[in-house]
Design a protein around this ligand. Structure first.
Ligand code: ZN
Length: 61
C-alpha cells in the first residue's frame, strides 16, 4: 500500500483536497508523509522494532 500511495498519509489526503493536521501524530516533528512514517520517525521505528526484533541490530532505541 505504501509503495502504491494508498496509505492515507497527510500528503495523500492533501492531494485529495482533504484538510488535515500536517504534523506526525507520534512525534509532532514532521509532516505525515510515507517516507517519514517508515524511515524517519523515531516513534514509529520503536513500534516496528517491537514487531520485528531483528531490526534492533540496526538502531538502538
Ligand atoms: Zn513522526
Amino acid at each position: 500500500m505504501a509503495l502504491k500511495g494508498r496509505l492515507m498519509t497527510t500528503d495523500v489526503l492533501l492531494s485529495k483536497g482533504i484538510i488535515v493536521d500536517a504534523l506526525c501524530p507520534l512525534c509532532h516533528s514532521s509532516d505525515k508523509i510515507v517516507m517519514h512514517l517508515f524511515f524517519e520517525c523515531d516513534c514509529s521505528f520503536i513500534v516496528i522494532v517491537k514487531l520485528i526484533p531483528i531490526l534492533r541490530t540496526l538502531k538502538v532505541c
